[in-house]
Design a protein around this ligand. Structure first.
Ligand code: 3MF
Ligand code: MG
Ligand code: MG
Length: 412
């Protein structure tokens, strides 16, 4: 192939995207509770060892492009859109008014707001630092985000305490830090109750998001399970208002079975919100888009969520690759991520209603006959052959993933 001149490259990407086919219409995409973060779309590709590769874009552009693609909901950190020095001031009110206008113009809703408590130097020792003025400021920030959330009509507030911890051990007392962190969360909930009453709106669902490492070396609430313990510890004054926002890759980062982590949140009634992406086990937070690394695992995750009636947001918390251009973010990255999610969601429906899986599952639950339930050997004999169905079910799910259940075959 001849070298492609720069002014023909976007057209080539667009033509090959067309050739891929299989895209959903914006109307179909909008039927799902898919939420698009400001920070994901506007991520410029920067990192500790990486310079930015894309130019900055603001919320007006992001909201417009989400609308074109068919993403019905937008979410943001306070400082993604409001400069730190303007928080709680006139500048904030003007920006919030611009956001409201932009959302209304493009028919989007704001689903969630979150407080950035990790980037600015004020949080260098975390949002629950020893100095009371830092904690007072953190309380101001989360309360202010609750205000913004109510103004924008959000239903959820998310908290990612990635800088609650330390690099070097021994200087802080972890139990004290956890109490102080709970104080900030309690301040947010109290403010929420007050504003919700004034505005005659429901209170927000407050969701804790865990990540096992990065950016802090050691994190005090590193897993969703640690957070469940924290919610029910007695330190959180309104445990009924607080739940989880697990993130797919954050669970893999500590080696969890994501389905099992989600199941633990489900049985506690705490699966409020879900950050969706993909990546590698026991590695750093690469935030690859859904389905590009673990499609089979993702299918299984969605089977669990569909079969348990999860109806919260699926939040596209990923980072478009650094190799993708500004134009590529809208032409390739965002729409293909949404479409892989929808396809996997549809496949999950097929798994749930598949007659082979259904019969196999029912047979496993029915068990065998002739067992003496006080005799281990006799129970083993009664069930032995049925248990091959475990692997058969896994094979059938693979067939559904590759379309073999619809007759797709390879070199027969
Ligand atoms: C970091 C994250 C965060 C959180 C966000 C929401 C930048 O790995 O996942 O995204 O999702 O702060 O509170
Ligand atoms: Mg992440
Ligand atoms: Mg996240």
């Amino acid at each position: 192939m001849k070298p492609v001149p720069p002014n023909q490259q976007q057209a080539l990407v667009e033509r090959l995207m067309q050739a891929c086919g299989g895209g959903y219409s914006p109307e179909t995409r909008r039927k799902h509770f898919i939420t698009g973060p400001q920070w994901a779309a506007s991520y410029q590709g920067q990192a500790l060892f990486h310079a930015p590769t894309r130019t900055a874009i603001g919320f007006e552009d992001v909201i417009r492009e989400f609308a074109k693609i068919g993403i019905g909901y937008w979410c943001t950190h306070d400082t993604d859109v409001i400069p730190t020095e303007q928080l709680g001031k006139d500048g904030q009110h003007q920006i919030v008014a611009r956001i409201q206008k932009s959302l209304a113009e493009h028919g989007l809703k704001c689903s969630m707001v979150t407080t950035e408590t990790f980037y600015h130097e004020v949080f260098v020792a975390g949002p629950a630092a020893e100095a009371p003025e830092v904690r007072c400021y953190a309380a101001f920030r989360v309360r202010n985000t609750v205000d913004i959330g109510h103004e924008l009509g959000a239903e959820y507030a998310v908290y990612w305490p990635g800088s609650l911890g330390y690099y070097t051990q021994g200087a802080i007392d972890e139990t004290e830090s956890l109490r102080w962190y709970a104080d900030a969360l309690n301040a947010a909930c109290e403010r929420d109750i007050e504003i919700a009453k004034k505005k005659n709106r429901p209170t927000l669902k407050h969701c804790l998001e865990a990540k096992p490492f990065e950016p802090q070396g050691e994190i005090l609430l590193p897993t969703s399970d640690a957070m469940l313990g924290f919610i029910f510890s007695g330190l959180v004054k309104r445990p009924e208002m607080v739940g989880l926002n697990p993130e797919y890759l954050h669970e893999l980062m500590w080696g969890a079975a994501v389905r099992a982590a989600l199941a633990r949140a489900l049985v506690c009634g705490k699966l409020f919100h879900f950050d969706i992406n993909d990546g590698y086990r026991l590695k750093h937070d690469v935030d690859i888009a859904i389905g590009l690394v673990n499609p089979l695992d993702w299918l299984n995750v969605l089977v669990l969520l569909r079969s348990h009636g999860y109806n919260g947001p699926f939040n596209l918390d990923y980072k478009p690759p650094r190799t993708t251009s500004n134009a590529g973010v809208w032409a390739v990255s965002v729409p293909t991520m949404v479409d892989r999610f929808i396809t996997l969601w549809e496949m999950a429906g097929e798994v749930i209603s598949d007659p082979i899986i259904t019969e196999a599952t029912e047979a496993l639950k029915a068990g065998g006959t002739g067992a003496d339930t006080k005799n281990a050997e006799s129970i083993v004999k009664a069930n032995k052959e049925l248990l091959s169905l475990h692997e058969l079910i896994a094979h059938r799910i693979f067939q559904i993933l590759i379309g073999a259940h619809r007759g797709r075959t390879y070199s027969l």
